[in-house]
Design a protein around this ligand. Structure first.
Ligand SMILES: [Zn+2]
Length: 355
Protein backbone atom coordinates (compact mmCIF):
# COMPACT_ATOMS: atom_id res chain seq x y z
CA UNK A 1 0.00 0.00 0.00
CA UNK A 2 2.99 2.30 0.63
CA UNK A 3 3.64 1.77 -3.09
CA UNK A 4 0.29 3.18 -4.17
CA UNK A 5 0.52 6.09 -1.72
CA UNK A 6 3.92 6.95 -3.23
CA UNK A 7 2.50 6.79 -6.71
CA UNK A 8 -0.53 8.77 -5.72
CA UNK A 9 1.56 11.57 -4.24
CA UNK A 10 3.97 11.69 -7.14
CA UNK A 11 1.11 11.94 -9.61
CA UNK A 12 -0.25 15.00 -7.83
CA UNK A 13 3.13 16.61 -7.44
CA UNK A 14 2.57 19.59 -9.70
CA UNK A 15 -1.10 20.20 -9.06
CA UNK A 16 -1.54 19.89 -5.33
CA UNK A 17 0.47 22.16 -3.11
CA UNK A 18 -0.98 20.44 -0.06
CA UNK A 19 0.86 17.26 -0.95
CA UNK A 20 4.27 18.74 -1.64
CA UNK A 21 6.89 20.23 0.62
CA UNK A 22 8.83 23.47 0.15
CA UNK A 23 11.28 21.74 -2.23
CA UNK A 24 8.50 20.39 -4.43
CA UNK A 25 8.80 16.83 -3.06
CA UNK A 26 5.80 14.81 -1.87
CA UNK A 27 5.25 15.24 1.85
CA UNK A 28 6.24 12.29 4.03
CA UNK A 29 7.29 9.96 1.23
CA UNK A 30 10.54 9.52 -0.66
CA UNK A 31 10.50 11.24 -4.08
CA UNK A 32 9.99 8.91 -7.05
CA UNK A 33 10.14 9.76 -10.76
CA UNK A 34 6.78 10.90 -12.16
CA UNK A 35 6.79 8.37 -15.01
CA UNK A 36 7.35 5.50 -12.58
CA UNK A 37 4.64 6.93 -10.37
CA UNK A 38 2.14 6.88 -13.21
CA UNK A 39 3.08 3.28 -14.09
CA UNK A 40 2.54 2.26 -10.50
CA UNK A 41 -0.72 4.14 -10.36
CA UNK A 42 -1.90 2.39 -13.53
CA UNK A 43 -1.08 -0.97 -11.86
CA UNK A 44 -3.23 0.03 -8.92
CA UNK A 45 -6.05 1.11 -11.21
CA UNK A 46 -6.04 -2.03 -13.27
CA UNK A 47 -7.20 -3.93 -10.21
CA UNK A 48 -9.83 -1.34 -9.45
CA UNK A 49 -13.41 -2.11 -10.29
CA UNK A 50 -15.30 1.14 -10.36
CA UNK A 51 -18.56 -0.82 -10.18
CA UNK A 52 -20.47 1.61 -12.36
CA UNK A 53 -23.59 0.97 -14.37
CA UNK A 54 -22.22 2.31 -17.69
CA UNK A 55 -21.03 0.48 -20.79
CA UNK A 56 -17.54 0.81 -22.20
CA UNK A 57 -18.74 2.43 -25.43
CA UNK A 58 -20.53 5.28 -23.62
CA UNK A 59 -17.45 5.91 -21.50
CA UNK A 60 -15.02 5.88 -24.43
CA UNK A 61 -17.28 8.31 -26.31
CA UNK A 62 -17.16 10.61 -23.31
CA UNK A 63 -13.34 10.48 -23.07
CA UNK A 64 -12.99 11.35 -26.77
CA UNK A 65 -15.33 14.29 -26.36
CA UNK A 66 -13.66 15.52 -23.18
CA UNK A 67 -10.27 16.22 -24.83
CA UNK A 68 -11.89 18.18 -27.66
CA UNK A 69 -13.91 20.51 -25.43
CA UNK A 70 -13.40 24.24 -26.05
CA UNK A 71 -11.79 25.15 -22.70
CA UNK A 72 -8.35 25.34 -21.08
CA UNK A 73 -6.64 21.98 -20.51
CA UNK A 74 -6.45 22.52 -16.76
CA UNK A 75 -10.25 22.10 -16.58
CA UNK A 76 -10.23 19.07 -18.89
CA UNK A 77 -7.51 17.40 -16.81
CA UNK A 78 -9.38 18.18 -13.61
CA UNK A 79 -12.62 16.65 -14.94
CA UNK A 80 -10.67 13.64 -16.17
CA UNK A 81 -9.18 13.17 -12.71
CA UNK A 82 -12.52 13.66 -11.00
CA UNK A 83 -13.96 10.94 -13.26
CA UNK A 84 -11.09 8.59 -12.48
CA UNK A 85 -11.40 9.25 -8.76
CA UNK A 86 -7.96 10.78 -8.33
CA UNK A 87 -8.74 13.90 -6.39
CA UNK A 88 -7.27 13.74 -2.87
CA UNK A 89 -10.46 14.09 -0.84
CA UNK A 90 -10.60 12.85 2.75
CA UNK A 91 -12.26 9.63 1.60
CA UNK A 92 -9.81 8.82 -1.20
CA UNK A 93 -6.83 9.45 1.09
CA UNK A 94 -8.51 7.28 3.71
CA UNK A 95 -9.01 4.48 1.17
CA UNK A 96 -5.29 4.59 0.50
CA UNK A 97 -4.55 3.89 4.16
CA UNK A 98 -3.53 7.46 4.93
CA UNK A 99 -5.22 7.62 8.31
CA UNK A 100 -7.47 10.64 8.23
CA UNK A 101 -10.57 10.64 10.38
CA UNK A 102 -12.23 13.71 9.03
CA UNK A 103 -15.53 14.60 7.44
CA UNK A 104 -16.15 17.04 4.56
CA UNK A 105 -14.48 20.34 5.56
CA UNK A 106 -17.29 22.36 3.97
CA UNK A 107 -20.45 20.91 5.53
CA UNK A 108 -18.65 19.24 8.45
CA UNK A 109 -21.18 16.46 8.25
CA UNK A 110 -20.90 13.96 5.40
CA UNK A 111 -17.99 11.78 4.47
CA UNK A 112 -15.97 13.56 1.76
CA UNK A 113 -16.11 11.42 -1.37
CA UNK A 114 -15.19 13.02 -4.72
CA UNK A 115 -18.85 13.11 -5.78
CA UNK A 116 -19.79 14.70 -2.47
CA UNK A 117 -16.99 17.30 -2.54
CA UNK A 118 -17.53 18.42 -6.15
CA UNK A 119 -21.24 17.91 -6.71
CA UNK A 120 -23.37 16.74 -3.82
CA UNK A 121 -22.25 18.71 -0.74
CA UNK A 122 -25.17 20.73 0.67
CA UNK A 123 -22.78 23.72 0.88
CA UNK A 124 -22.56 24.08 -2.92
CA UNK A 125 -26.13 23.31 -4.02
CA UNK A 126 -26.74 27.04 -4.50
CA UNK A 127 -24.15 26.99 -7.34
CA UNK A 128 -26.01 24.29 -9.30
CA UNK A 129 -29.29 26.14 -8.71
CA UNK A 130 -27.86 29.46 -9.94
CA UNK A 131 -26.49 27.80 -13.11
CA UNK A 132 -28.07 28.75 -16.45
CA UNK A 133 -28.27 25.06 -17.39
CA UNK A 134 -30.32 22.29 -15.82
CA UNK A 135 -27.94 20.11 -13.80
CA UNK A 136 -30.68 18.42 -11.76
CA UNK A 137 -29.81 15.00 -13.22
CA UNK A 138 -26.88 14.97 -10.73
CA UNK A 139 -29.38 13.77 -8.10
CA UNK A 140 -29.79 10.42 -9.87
CA UNK A 141 -26.09 9.58 -9.67
CA UNK A 142 -23.42 9.11 -7.05
CA UNK A 143 -20.27 9.14 -9.17
CA UNK A 144 -18.76 11.85 -11.41
CA UNK A 145 -17.96 9.56 -14.35
CA UNK A 146 -21.40 7.99 -14.21
CA UNK A 147 -23.12 11.40 -14.18
CA UNK A 148 -20.99 12.60 -17.09
CA UNK A 149 -21.14 9.48 -19.25
CA UNK A 150 -24.87 8.93 -18.78
CA UNK A 151 -26.22 12.50 -18.81
CA UNK A 152 -23.69 14.77 -20.58
CA UNK A 153 -24.35 13.00 -23.91
CA UNK A 154 -27.46 15.17 -24.31
CA UNK A 155 -25.73 18.38 -23.19
CA UNK A 156 -24.21 21.02 -25.44
CA UNK A 157 -20.44 21.52 -25.16
CA UNK A 158 -21.04 24.77 -23.30
CA UNK A 159 -23.02 22.99 -20.58
CA UNK A 160 -20.36 20.32 -20.17
CA UNK A 161 -17.52 22.89 -20.09
CA UNK A 162 -19.32 24.91 -17.44
CA UNK A 163 -19.87 21.81 -15.31
CA UNK A 164 -16.12 21.06 -15.50
CA UNK A 165 -15.15 24.64 -14.63
CA UNK A 166 -17.73 24.63 -11.80
CA UNK A 167 -16.22 21.49 -10.24
CA UNK A 168 -12.75 23.02 -10.56
CA UNK A 169 -13.90 26.20 -8.74
CA UNK A 170 -15.60 24.13 -6.05
CA UNK A 171 -12.36 22.24 -5.43
CA UNK A 172 -10.36 25.49 -5.27
CA UNK A 173 -12.85 26.84 -2.74
CA UNK A 174 -12.63 23.66 -0.67
CA UNK A 175 -8.81 23.91 -0.59
CA UNK A 176 -8.91 27.58 0.36
CA UNK A 177 -11.07 26.65 3.37
CA UNK A 178 -9.13 23.52 4.32
CA UNK A 179 -5.60 24.88 3.97
CA UNK A 180 -5.91 28.66 4.43
CA UNK A 181 -9.13 28.79 6.42
CA UNK A 182 -10.43 31.21 3.80
CA UNK A 183 -14.16 31.14 3.12
CA UNK A 184 -15.39 31.96 -0.38
CA UNK A 185 -19.16 32.46 -0.56
CA UNK A 186 -20.93 29.68 -2.48
CA UNK A 187 -23.09 32.34 -4.18
CA UNK A 188 -19.94 33.62 -5.90
CA UNK A 189 -19.15 30.26 -7.50
CA UNK A 190 -21.48 30.35 -10.51
CA UNK A 191 -20.65 33.98 -11.46
CA UNK A 192 -16.98 32.92 -11.37
CA UNK A 193 -17.70 30.02 -13.75
CA UNK A 194 -19.44 32.43 -16.14
CA UNK A 195 -16.52 34.86 -16.00
CA UNK A 196 -13.93 32.13 -16.72
CA UNK A 197 -15.90 30.94 -19.76
CA UNK A 198 -16.44 34.49 -21.03
CA UNK A 199 -12.72 35.26 -20.71
CA UNK A 200 -11.85 32.10 -22.62
CA UNK A 201 -14.28 32.95 -25.43
CA UNK A 202 -13.06 36.56 -25.60
CA UNK A 203 -9.42 35.39 -25.81
CA UNK A 204 -10.30 33.01 -28.66
CA UNK A 205 -12.20 35.70 -30.54
CA UNK A 206 -9.19 38.03 -30.28
CA UNK A 207 -6.97 35.26 -31.70
CA UNK A 208 -9.38 34.79 -34.62
CA UNK A 209 -9.46 38.52 -35.33
CA UNK A 210 -5.69 38.72 -35.23
CA UNK A 211 -5.37 35.83 -37.64
CA UNK A 212 -7.38 37.61 -40.32
CA UNK A 213 -5.93 41.08 -39.78
CA UNK A 214 -4.23 42.61 -42.83
CA UNK A 215 -0.53 43.44 -42.79
CA UNK A 216 0.26 47.07 -41.86
CA UNK A 217 -0.51 49.36 -44.79
CA UNK A 218 3.01 50.69 -45.23
CA UNK A 219 6.38 49.32 -46.24
CA UNK A 220 8.41 48.04 -43.28
CA UNK A 221 12.19 47.74 -43.01
CA UNK A 222 13.41 44.13 -42.96
CA UNK A 223 14.61 42.58 -39.71
CA UNK A 224 18.25 41.39 -39.48
CA UNK A 225 19.61 39.16 -41.04
CA UNK A 226 17.15 39.73 -43.89
CA UNK A 227 17.29 42.19 -46.75
CA UNK A 228 13.99 42.97 -48.42
CA UNK A 229 13.35 42.42 -52.11
CA UNK A 230 10.25 44.16 -53.50
CA UNK A 231 9.32 43.40 -57.08
CA UNK A 232 6.51 44.40 -59.38
CA UNK A 233 5.45 44.05 -63.01
CA UNK A 234 2.94 45.58 -65.38
CA UNK A 235 1.52 44.41 -68.68
CA UNK A 236 2.54 46.20 -71.90
CA UNK A 237 -0.21 47.14 -74.30
CA UNK A 238 1.64 45.66 -77.32
CA UNK A 239 2.36 42.39 -75.47
CA UNK A 240 4.91 41.42 -72.87
CA UNK A 241 5.48 43.69 -69.89
CA UNK A 242 7.71 45.76 -67.65
CA UNK A 243 9.55 44.39 -64.62
CA UNK A 244 11.18 46.21 -61.77
CA UNK A 245 12.36 45.81 -58.21
CA UNK A 246 14.84 46.77 -55.53
CA UNK A 247 16.66 45.37 -52.51
CA UNK A 248 16.80 47.37 -49.25
CA UNK A 249 18.66 46.63 -46.02
CA UNK A 250 17.60 46.86 -42.36
CA UNK A 251 18.06 50.64 -42.34
CA UNK A 252 15.98 51.05 -45.50
CA UNK A 253 19.01 51.84 -47.75
CA UNK A 254 18.75 50.63 -51.32
CA UNK A 255 21.43 48.02 -52.10
CA UNK A 256 20.40 47.51 -55.71
CA UNK A 257 17.57 48.02 -58.18
CA UNK A 258 16.66 46.71 -61.61
CA UNK A 259 14.27 47.52 -64.41
CA UNK A 260 13.66 45.53 -67.54
CA UNK A 261 11.07 44.67 -70.14
CA UNK A 262 10.06 41.55 -71.98
CA UNK A 263 8.22 40.83 -75.26
CA UNK A 264 6.27 37.94 -73.75
CA UNK A 265 4.22 36.78 -71.92
CA UNK A 266 1.44 39.24 -71.27
CA UNK A 267 -0.05 37.54 -68.25
CA UNK A 268 0.23 39.66 -65.05
CA UNK A 269 0.99 36.76 -62.68
CA UNK A 270 3.64 35.35 -65.02
CA UNK A 271 5.26 38.77 -65.29
CA UNK A 272 5.28 39.16 -61.50
CA UNK A 273 6.95 35.75 -61.18
CA UNK A 274 9.54 36.74 -63.80
CA UNK A 275 10.23 39.98 -61.92
CA UNK A 276 10.72 37.95 -58.76
CA UNK A 277 13.20 35.64 -60.53
CA UNK A 278 15.16 38.67 -61.80
CA UNK A 279 15.11 40.27 -58.35
CA UNK A 280 16.59 37.13 -56.78
CA UNK A 281 19.36 37.08 -59.45
CA UNK A 282 20.24 40.64 -58.48
CA UNK A 283 20.13 39.84 -54.74
CA UNK A 284 22.56 36.97 -55.28
CA UNK A 285 24.88 39.18 -57.33
CA UNK A 286 25.14 41.76 -54.53
CA UNK A 287 25.89 39.05 -51.94
CA UNK A 288 22.59 38.73 -50.02
CA UNK A 289 22.14 35.54 -47.95
CA UNK A 290 18.71 36.04 -46.31
CA UNK A 291 16.05 37.48 -48.55
CA UNK A 292 12.55 38.60 -47.53
CA UNK A 293 10.63 38.79 -50.79
CA UNK A 294 7.48 40.89 -51.16
CA UNK A 295 5.15 40.86 -54.16
CA UNK A 296 1.59 42.07 -54.55
CA UNK A 297 0.47 39.03 -56.58
CA UNK A 298 -1.00 36.49 -54.17
CA UNK A 299 -1.25 33.82 -56.88
CA UNK A 300 2.55 33.80 -57.11
CA UNK A 301 3.19 33.61 -53.35
CA UNK A 302 0.51 30.94 -52.95
CA UNK A 303 2.14 28.81 -55.61
CA UNK A 304 5.60 29.30 -54.11
CA UNK A 305 4.37 28.29 -50.67
CA UNK A 306 2.48 25.21 -51.87
CA UNK A 307 4.33 23.85 -54.90
CA UNK A 308 2.36 21.36 -56.97
CA UNK A 309 3.01 19.16 -59.99
CA UNK A 310 0.38 20.96 -62.09
CA UNK A 311 1.75 21.69 -65.57
CA UNK A 312 1.44 25.41 -66.24
CA UNK A 313 3.76 28.22 -67.30
CA UNK A 314 3.36 29.88 -63.89
CA UNK A 315 4.16 26.65 -62.08
CA UNK A 316 7.27 26.17 -64.23
CA UNK A 317 8.58 29.65 -63.33
CA UNK A 318 7.75 29.11 -59.65
CA UNK A 319 9.66 25.82 -59.62
CA UNK A 320 12.58 27.59 -61.22
CA UNK A 321 12.38 30.31 -58.52
CA UNK A 322 12.36 27.67 -55.76
CA UNK A 323 15.40 25.95 -57.30
CA UNK A 324 17.21 29.26 -57.62
CA UNK A 325 16.40 30.07 -53.97
CA UNK A 326 18.70 27.21 -52.95
CA UNK A 327 21.56 29.66 -53.61
CA UNK A 328 20.58 31.58 -50.46
CA UNK A 329 20.61 30.58 -46.82
CA UNK A 330 16.95 31.51 -46.56
CA UNK A 331 14.28 33.06 -48.74
CA UNK A 332 10.80 33.98 -47.49
CA UNK A 333 8.00 34.73 -49.99
CA UNK A 334 5.31 37.15 -48.84
CA UNK A 335 2.25 38.77 -50.29
CA UNK A 336 1.68 42.47 -49.51
CA UNK A 337 -1.04 44.93 -50.59
CA UNK A 338 -0.12 47.09 -53.62
CA UNK A 339 0.00 50.16 -51.38
CA UNK A 340 3.06 48.71 -49.57
CA UNK A 341 4.86 48.01 -52.82
CA UNK A 342 4.87 51.53 -54.28
CA UNK A 343 8.64 51.91 -54.84
CA UNK A 344 8.79 48.71 -56.91
CA UNK A 345 5.65 49.88 -58.70
CA UNK A 346 7.27 53.27 -59.37
CA UNK A 347 10.39 51.62 -60.85
CA UNK A 348 8.27 49.39 -63.05
CA UNK A 349 6.36 52.37 -64.40
CA UNK A 350 9.64 54.21 -65.06
CA UNK A 351 10.53 51.50 -67.60
CA UNK A 352 7.64 52.58 -69.79
CA UNK A 353 8.84 54.55 -72.80
CA UNK A 354 6.12 57.17 -72.18
CA UNK A 355 7.22 57.90 -68.61
ZN1 LIG B 1 -19.92 18.46 2.43
Amino acid sequence: MKKSVNAFCAFHLTEHKELIDGCGRPRGVAPIPLSRGIDMLMDTWSGLDMGLDIDAETTSKFWKRLWKLPMLSRYKVFLWRACWGIIPTVETLDRRDMEINEVCPMCNYDSESIFHALIDCTEIQIMWVMANFDYSSRMYHANVLEWMAVEAGSWRDEQLCKAAVAMYCVWERRNAKKFSNELIRAENLWPKVERIMEEYQAANLTDLNNATVLPALEWKKPVYPYVKLNVDASVRREGGGYLGGLVRDTSGCCLGAFMSHTQAPDDAALLEAMALRKGLEMALKIGCTHVWVEVDASLVTDMLKTPCAHASALNAICRDILNFSENFQHVSFNWIPIICNNVADFITRKVRPDS
